[in-house]
Ligand binder design. Sequence first.
Ligand code: PLP
Ligand code: COI
Length: 354
Amino acid sequence: MIDTLTIKTTKTSHSRLAETDMSNLPFGQVFTDHMFVADYEDGEWKNFEILPYGPISMSPAISAIHYGQTIFEGMKAYKQQDGSVSIFRADKNLARFNKSATRLAMPIIPEEVFIQGLAALINTDKDWVPAKENYSLYIRPVMFATDPFLGVRPSSTYKFIVLTSPSAPYYSNPLKVKIEMKYTRSDEGGVGSTKTAGNYSRSMLPTLEAHQDGFDQLIWTDSKEHKYVEESGAANLMFVVNGKIITPEVRETILEGVTRDTVIEMAKSMGIEVEEKRVSIQEVLDNIDNGGLTEAFAVGTAATITQISEISYQGKNYVLTDPAARPVSTAIGKKLYDIRYGITADPFGWNLIV
Ligand code: PLP
Ligand code: COI
């Protein structure tokens, strides 16, 4: 039984909804009228509040901005056919948030704070959940260290904020990707399996260089040998080889995606075979060459299912099958879409109606 949270709500005196074009929402640029905020002090979470979205005042000495003791999550809420709103697999994101918190020596968030805070915020801003096809309300919980202290040690105070952003998917076109052989995203013993800022800051220069070379994204490889593909910039990777989905197995250098798990479950329920294993670059390239590889795609909350159209390795470009003619990922994507938007029943129990 979850305790009921007491949340103080201060509503905005001027909603920005009427002046927002809800049919043109590039990812992550528009925020709803409110945010949920909580503080961790004296060993407990307190001060649960829904406030107008806006700037917050912080000491410039907080350790989050100096040492990166900060974690986040990404999930989505979808408008259902009956007008209600569902959050997709929030339990999984909570579990991963707390796994990240533990690795970063931060306090975990109790289930009632996370779920009730989210639900209250989404109910307050429910008119902001887009109705447009493929659009959703992207939810961004973030926790960061707030001790104003320049010593390197875990903070004793933290802030937890949930932002919501009505958005289109992160990518609008199939991706041309480069297999990265110089830089790495993460390494054994590191924080690659958590959603912490450092994993993203270290990816910026490599991704910028990839953009300058004409690619949309990178495929990260293992840090020891650059022999195995791991994941993409903001999504996990899947390939269809001889009718079977193969995907890099979860390890400490890879973020264990909720979408990855969802697609695997869905594929299995449709009778599609799935193999989770170490996937070598050689295996991918050989199967492109011999025609066995018929689909490649990236899966993530923001990315949804994004097709990969071309893969480049050491200067050689491999053009894949037509992204518009990929039956396996298209069929899985359609079934998933119907569950997320309440078009069909949800036998998996993934939707949390708020
Ligand atoms: N890998 C990375 C590095 C990501 O940032 C994301 C996005 O959250 C994913 C994978 C996919 O995870 P999920 O499906 O939980 O969004
Ligand atoms: C998500 O898919 O939720 C992410 O966190 C991707 C983000 C880094 C853009």
